[in-house]
Ligand binder design. Structure first.
Ligand SMILES: [Zn+2]
Length: 265
């Protein structure tokens, strides 16, 4: 099996996790900038985090033979203080030309507030200015549908090319909305909450296998760095052939990521 982990927060994982992913056939890991499990106290905290994403984590992944790429932003959870968020945004140009940076993400909404939306729109302007693709985080539970609609409206207002945007954490009630508007959709697999492997395959069966990827998030919470592989096994159990499985776990993320000039495997 070969696959791509298109959304993994490796800064919170151990070297054992890297080893397991390498053994399972992982050919690339893409790490969006996000909340780190705690709120950073200063802009300097983000400067250090961007260095971790662009320097230290690629070096750690390389020890296991896996290319590591990243996306840059301040996440919606820490964007509520708009003044602070703008100071973090001002750091992005310094890092954007790094050879492993894929684009702007994961930006989006957390509680669908006015400040979050303003900072989201400012990120979109940076992406347009530097001609970068965008990776989007959608809110959880009851905020998800409303947040997804707000995000799609903002992207349409900004006239962003939808084929260069992936909207992540889709579920049954948002996948159709995202795909019908021409965006890529991402499903985030978690062992307990959110999308389990079986539920993800149900979603694939309902919405098709075009323009959709799966990721494990593998963050600081209860999560599983092998969730994509386990979902591939679930597809095998349901008698999907090897080519179809590979299309979902390798070809699809590769197709989207080829929008990013720095993505090479
Ligand atoms: Zn994430």
């Amino acid at each position: 099996m070969k696959y791509i982990e298109p959304h993994g927060h490796m800064v919170s994982r151990t070297t054992d996790d890297y080893q397991k992913m390498a053994m399972a056939g992982c050919e690339a890991i893409c790490e969006p900038a996000f909340w780190a499990g705690y709120d950073r106290a200063s802009v300097q905290g983000f400067y250090d985090y961007f260095r971790q994403l662009t320097e230290y984590e690629p070096a750690r992944a390389a020890k296991f033979g896996i290319p590591h790429f990243c996306w840059l932003c301040i996440n919606p959870k820490e964007s509520e203080d708009a003044g602070f968020a703008r100071e973090v945004l001002s750091l992005i140009p310094e890092f954007i030309d790094n050879p492993t940076v894929l684009g702007i993400g994961e930006i989006g909404l957390n509680k669908n507030t006015k400040n979050e939306l303003a900072i989201f729109e400012e990120h979109v302007e940076i992406a347009k200015k530097y001609d970068q693709p965008i990776l989007i985080h959608t809110p959880h539970l009851e905020d998800k549908l409303k947040g997804t609609k707000l995000i799609i409206d903002a992207l349409k207002n900004a006239q962003v090319d939808s084929s260069r945007v992936v909207i992540d954490h889709v579920e049954e009630h948002t996948a159709g909305l995202v795909l019908d508007n021409g965006f890529w959709a991402g499903m985030t697999l978690y062992p307990e909450s959110k999308c389990t492997p079986a539920r993800a395959v149900d979603i694939l069966e309902n919405f098709g296998m075009e323009n959709i990827w799966m990721n494990s998030a593998c963050d600081w919470g209860v999560s599983d760095p092998l969730a994509v592989v386990k979902t591939a096994l679930e597809m095998g159990k349901r008698k999907y052939d090897k080519d179809t499985v590979e299309r979902v776990i390798y070809d699809n993320p590769k197709s989207f990521l080829e929008n990013c000039p720095n993505f090479k495997i």
